[in-house]
Design a binder for this molecule. Sequence first.
Ligand code: NAG
Ligand code: NAG
Ligand code: NAG
Length: 196
Amino acid sequence: MATIKFPLYFFILSAFIISSTLCISKNSLNPTNYDTLSNELVNQVCKNTSNFQFCQETIYADPQAPEADRYVLAYITFRKAYQNATSTSKHIVALIKNMTNNMGHEKIIQLGSLKECNGYYNEALKVLGQALNDLNSDTFDGLGDYAVSAGNNARKCEPLLKDDEILSKKNQDLIKLSEICNVVSKLYDSDYGSLI
Ligand SMILES: *[C@@H]1O[C@H](CO)[C@@H](O)[C@H](O)[C@H]1NC(C)=O
Ligand SMILES: *[C@@H]1O[C@H](CO)[C@@H](O)[C@H](O)[C@H]1NC(C)=O
Ligand SMILES: *[C@@H]1O[C@H](CO)[C@@H](O)[C@H](O)[C@H]1NC(C)=O
């Protein structure tokens, strides 16, 4: 009897210990606590951006982030900026189409402003696509310029979008993402290379 009871008790105890441990590690994945995910490189990069929390949320949303070196980090951030710009660009094109067809509801901003902004997004997409191509071929020296250019194109859109809060928020995301890309690009500056 005792030989059966003891292992069973032990089994229940260990199951309890294991499940409470799992519970704790699940809690520490809470989006406001990145301690357990901490990647010192991500920490350093995000400290050099104007919005630390946005930077961490964006980067750690990618499952590769905790293990990322500067190369993977460049991929994560430029890919995210590219996807973001693609999705906002589609939204702008849909708005233009709707206005042209007089569909949808009330006109919030002028068609001309949207068209101009669409041009800036095409530019941003071009340079971000180029950055991803360069990363594919291990070319790093243009990354900073592409990031700055993407951010500047989004910045030129901002005054055109000021009456459309939703679109303006999407556009500000691209500005912030470009800033992160720019900081990551600096990890490829020659004087930084020896530190990684
Ligand atoms: C952060 O900025 C400081 C000061 O400009 C610089 O020395 C450091 O290399 C930067 N670190 C990263 C990871 O960008
Ligand atoms: C852009 O990225 C931000 C930060 O990751 C995210 O919150 C937002 O939903 C994205 N927007 C679009 C339009 O993809
Ligand atoms: C465009 O109009 C259609 C039909 O009214 C609507 O379903 C869609 O959400 C609108 N798109 C945008 C981006 O407002």
